[in-house]
Ligand binder design. Structure first.
Ligand SMILES: *Cc1c(COP(=O)(O)O)cnc(C)c1O
Length: 367
């Protein structure tokens, strides 16, 4: 019997694994594994979700017109340069689907977000990694990895899981060094958390060119990960292509309503940003003091590097999991000696510090 055969390359894909959300035998879970907003969504967004539930029998606005109005107004962008997606993940996948054919290549950085490689492999496209320098994307290495087969360069800025970012001048140098016809995708999922003078999420570059796009998400600072909502700002040519390949109702109505309400709650975003700004240096200092190496992060998460390497990181992960604290193993990112922890609530952060302190003290006692 001949079995139905999937497209070439699909069986090589290791399915993306989200952050753990349960641990055997543990009742109370602290989930710090998926870079979610510990304060939750804006109460205004939650009210909008409840109200939208009454209309759940209606198909959504396929073009997310009102949501795009709200994004355009909030960020001062042209509405016809915007397209919304079922999470920014959908938009990243659609870009590969639309701009690459089998055998082409995409380029991303060594410890860059995993979705780029997964989207490539789903389309029989080869993901090519460029080495990083000090856990940061390296423009020269990215440019050197480009070949005549390269169709897209993906840059997460800031990057997950390293927390590092490229200054606007470096992103521009990358763009200027890329050959004509290569699309640059700037994934700015954590843009709202960054408060550095030399950072720009990508919109300024997009506005000047017809070969660069920026993706954003409601999953992180807006606290709406469950609803799957992202958006892209790009030149009319690219946005037109994506509208042709997206599903007709790719963004559900409840997500659209929540997104509009979330964008209107500036105070909630300020609160989330202030919480993160307070804890980033606090957690970094506390975890550095117990012997971990914590590279500077501009996101809502920290990479924790264990001096004892991959075995120690795995032991720490097991230790935390047994106690209901879930953070993320990083072996899939080529960082097996590291774990990634999301900035949690005040209480969650204190518990994380206490538990890792206990773990590291135990390690010292064991010699
Ligand atoms: C979380 C994340 C996304 C967002 O994904 P959604 O599909 O919008 O939830 C995109 N890029 C990076 C780098 C991320 O960490």
């Amino acid at each position: 019997m001949t079995l139905p055969a999937p497209r070439p390359g699909l069986m090589e894909i290791t399915p993306y694994k989200g952050g753990e959300s349960s641990a055997e035998g543990v009742a109370r879970i602290l989930k710090l594994s998926s870079n979610e907003n510990p304060l939750g969504a804006s109460p205004r967004a939650i009210a909008a979700i409840r109200a939208a539930a009454e209309e759940a029998h209606r198909y959504p606005d396929g073009g997310a017109s009102r949501l795009r109005d709200a994004i355009a107004a909030r960020y001062d962008l042209p509405k016809d340069g915007l397209i919304c997606g079922n999470g920014s993940d959908e938009l990243l996948s659609l870009l590969v689907h639309a701009y690459c054919k089998a055998g082409d290549e995409i380029v991303y950085s060594e410890h860059g977000f995993l979705m780029y490689a997964l989207a490539a492999m789903a389309n029989d496209v080869t993901p090519v990694k460029a080495p990083e320098t000090e856990l940061t994307a390296d423009v020269d290495a990215l440019l050197a990895a480009v070949t005549p087969k390269t169709r897209i360069v993906f840059l997460a800025n800031p990057n997950n899981p390293t927390g590092s970012y490229l200054a606007e001048s470096e992103v521009r140098r990358l763009r200027e060094g890329l050959p004509d016809g290569v699309l640059l995708v700037i994934d700015a999922a954590y843009a709202e958390y960054v408060s550095r003078n030399d950072y720009e999420p990508g919109a300024a570059l997009v506005a000047e060119r017809d070969d660069t796009v920026m993706t954003r998400t409601f999953s992180k600072i807006h606290g709406l990960a469950a609803l799957r909502l992202g958006w892209l700002y790009g030149p009319p040519g690219v946005v037109d292509v994506l509208h042709r390949v997206r599903g007709p109702f790719n963004v559900n109505a409840i997500a659209q309503a929540a997104g509009i309400a979330a964008l209107a709650d500036e105070a909630w975003l300020d609160k989330a940003r202030a919480h993160n700004d307070y804890w980033l240096p606090e957690l970094t200092a506390a975890l550095t003091a117990i012997g971990l190496t914590v590279p500077p992060s501009v996101g809502n998460f920290l990479l924790l590097r264990f001096p004892g390497g991959a075995d120690q990181a795995a032991a720490a992960n097991a230790f935390l999991t047994k106690r209901g604290v879930l953070i993320r193993g990083m072996a899939a990112y080529g960082l097996a000696e590291s774990l990634r922890a999301t900035i949690g609530s005040d209480e969650e952060n204190r518990i994380l510090i206490d538990m890792l302190t206990e773990f590291m003290a135990g390690q010292a006692a064991d010699g």
